[in-house]
Ligand binder design. Structure first.
Ligand code: ADP
Length: 700
């Protein structure tokens, strides 16, 4: 079977499996998108953390640098052993340049304050609480510093101020030496908050909050333009001699929120677009699935339809190779689908006709129909040819063929429906034989009927012959051969005998001719010749009832094409019916039978047989042409039904008119039409004008 036609719809995927696939697709998309969003957000976080870490590192370095600068400045104060006044002025200068230094003191080896200068920015720190009461941390740091002979920092401590606030400070203790011997210390008090502010600078403090904290997280001092959000935090321990400081940097940036974030918005937008595309794809797939289902349904419908056909279907490509056959065709020719589709010469071509078929096929398949619509007409008309079954039996088929045109309008081959007409032909043959037998029977019946008339008619010449013969014998026996008139009288008698014998012979011959002549051939014949042929028999019958026969023919008489014998029998039947109709109730003077022929149409000649009988009663009229219907005891009732069959076989029509009903006196007119010679000529000419590759050249 043709591939294109035999594609069965793929087995429908189970609904559950389809749902699982869709679920998996959606889940994958959701996971991928969530991962993307998560990674984007995470990247933001890592970046913010990196920023805060680097800020912490930078700030710690700055603080370390500031503190080491303080150490150097304090040590520098003692250079060249300045006097009290100079020390004070240099200490004041130092306090002026370093805002984070609150106070610088000089102490003697016994740790008594020798000198002290306060920051010009803040004013004296130890006002609310005296320095002596709050110097424990400083003394501890100095003890360490003296022990190590190196600067040391104290722990930080809180100094309340007079304005109600306070400061977190720490002391830097720098041991002094004179001539290699310890000579007191210099103590600088640093405000941790200021230290931070001075170290980190405006740029860094804009986005972060810097603080010094204790081990438990208590904040000691802070700096920075904004408060930290507490999300991105970095801590650094700043190791100082004798002490450690914990620096904490807290970014003002909070957790990256999803909505106003550009990158996240972009990812969301893309996800949304992806979801829309997937949605559209799903819709498209559903539509396709719907279309596929409908297509599969249509295909199975067509296949069922095709399988149920009793007409054979056969498709061929442009090279004549069979591309598709239906089961009915396989059954018809008795070959399987595979056997039919393989070879280039179909196995159902009878070998003796194969060459002929191949030639006709090559003409037909040479190209698409040149005249649009022509093929459709041909397909409608069909053509008959002979195929062969697998068992070698030849059988007639009727083929209707139409071009196959694909979706792009290209001519791709031919599609034929093939009808096995062998049964039909058998029936036709049977019917023809029966018809012939019936006609023969009817003829014989007519002849039988005529036998009595024949005997009556033959009586006359025979009686005449007998009397002439008797007269001649008398003449001879009376011994009058010497009579000079005798030879003349005998010759006349013999002549009469010959004439009468000839007449009797003619009568017999006309009957013989009628019964015997049975050639089927149609021939062109003049109307008067037809009448003349039946006239002896007609007259024979007419004479018995005293009926006159009138012939009404134009000059020249029209010519028709017909089977003479059959039409003569029709004429004989009609004239006999007419004569019989007038036999009983018609005056002798009115017994006239008119036989007429007219060219009533360019293509038709009408024959009429008109009697002046009583006409045909309505109840008789309805059954007139029914076989075996008769009103006569000796009738067979076949005459008119056979007449109509014969005329219709010629393409004509037979009917009758009650003359009383049309107001032209009593009687009946039976008339029939026959094709004129002109019509047959025109038909033959039309056939001759057909192009050579038409009906006669159709492929098989
Ligand atoms: P049959 O002659 O054997 O009876 P037909 O078929 O020739 O069979 O005629 C059938 C019947 O039609 C006749 O019996 C007759 O009654 C009627 N019929 C035929 N021709 C005429 C006619 N010209 N006038 C009146 N009746 C007719």
């Amino acid at each position: 079977m043709n591939e294109a036609l035999s594609i069965d719809a793929p087995p429908p995927r189970p609904r559950g499996r389809r749902l699982v696939l869709w679920g998996a697709l959606v889940a994958l998309l959701v996971v991928a998108q969530s991962l993307l969003v998560f990674l984007t957000a995470n990247y933001e976080r890592v970046r913010a953390q990196d920023l805060v870490e680097s800020a912490a590192t930078a700030a710690a370095a700055e603080v370390r640098q500031a503190l080491s600068r303080h150490q150097q400045s304090l040590q520098a104060l003692q250079w060249n052993d300045p006097g009290a006044a100079r020390w004070r002025s240099e200490a004041a200068t130092l306090l002026h340049s370093r805002r984070d230094l609150m106070r610088i003191e000089r102490r003697d080896p016994r740790m008594h304050i020798a000198d002290a200068v306060d920051s010009p920015y803040q004013g004296p720190v130890f006002t609310r609480i005296a320095r002596e009461d709050i110097e424990l941390e400083a003394q501890l740091a100095c003890a360490g510093a003296l022990r190590l002979a190196a600067p040391a920092f104290s722990r930080s401590y809180f100094v309340p101020l007079s304005d109600g606030l306070g400061l977190e400070v720490m002391d830097l203790c720098v041991p002094l030496q004179r001539a290699g011997q310890p000579d007191g210390v210099v103590i600088a008090t640093l405000a941790l908050g200021r230290l931070l502010e001075e170290s980190v600078g405006a740029e860094m403090s804009r986005g972060h909050e810097f603080s010094f904290i204790e081990g438990d997280g208590t904040r000691l001092a802070r700096a920075g333009a904004r408060r930290g959000a507490g999300v991105f935090v970095a801590e650094r321990v700043i190791d100082l001699p004798g002490q450690g400081l914990q620096l904490r940097v807290d970014s003002a940036v909070g957790s990256p929120s999803l909505i106003p974030n550009l990158a996240v918005a972009l990812v969301f937008g893309l996800s949304l677009a992806l979801a829309v595309v997937v949605g559209l794809l799903v819709r498209d797939v559903r539509r396709r699935a719907g279309a596929e289902a409908r297509l599969a349904e249509a295909l199975s419908f067509r296949k069922a339809m095709e399988d149920s056909l009793v007409t054979g279907l056969r498709a061929r490509d442009l090279s004549g190779r069979i591309t598709h056959v239906n089961p009915a065709f396989c059954e018809m020719v008795g070959f399987g689908e595979a056997e039919l589709m393989g070879p280039s010469t179909p196995p159902y071509w009878p070998p003796e006709l194969a060459a002929d078929y191949a030639r006709r096929q090559s003409v037909r398949l040479g190209g698409p129909p040149a005249v649009p619509g022509r093929s459709t007409q041909e397909a409608r008309a069909g053509f008959e040819t002979i195929f062969m079954r697998r068992n070698g039996e030849r059988f007639p088929v009727l083929i209707f063929e139409a071009p196959l045109v694909d979706g792009q309008g290209r001519h791709t081959g031919w599609m034929s429906s093939v009808l096995d007409v062998s049964a039909q032909r058998r029936v036709e043959e049977l019917s023809r034989q029966q018809q012939e037998r019936l006609q023969a029977t009817a003829r014989l019946a007519t002849v039988g009927e005529m036998a009595s008339l024949l005997s009556h008619e033959l009586n006359q010449p025979l009686a005449a012959i007998a009397s002439y013969a008797a007269g001649s014998l008398n003449l001879l026996e009376a011994g009058r051969p010497a009579d000079p008139e005798a030879p003349a009288m005998l010759r006349q008698a013999a002549q009469r005998i010959a004439e009468q014998a000839e007449r009797a012979g003619r009568v017999i011959k006309s009957v013989h001719d009628f019964v015997r002549r049975r050639e089927q051939a149609r021939e062109a014949v003049r109307a008067d010749v037809l009448f003349d042929a039946v006239m002896p028999l007609v007259r024979l019958q007419a004479r018995k009832s005293g009926t006159r026969i009138e012939l009404d023919l134009p000059d020249p008489p029209p010519r028709v094409v017909c089977d003479r014998t059959m039409v003569e029998q029709v004429l004989l039947n009609l004239t006999r019916n007419g004569i019989q109709a007038m036999e009983t109730n018609t005056e002798l003077a009115d017994r006239v039978l008119t036989l007429r022929a007219r060219q009533t149409h360019e293509r038709w000649v009408t024959f009429s047989v008109v009697d002046r009988g009583p006409g045909i009663a309505d109840d008789v009229a309805t059954r007139l042409f029914t076989p075996f219907f008769t009103t006569r005891s000796e009738g067979m009732g076949l005459g008119l039904s056979l007449c109509r069959t014969v005329i219709e076989q010629h393409g004509g029509a037979l009917d009758f008119v009650n003359l009383a009903s049309v107001g032209t006196g009593l009687g009946t007119e039976f008339r029939f039409t026959l094709p004129s010679e002109a019509r047959e000529r025109a038909a033959a000419a039309a056939l001759a004008a057909e192009p050579p590759d038409a009906a006669a050249e159709l492929p098989s």
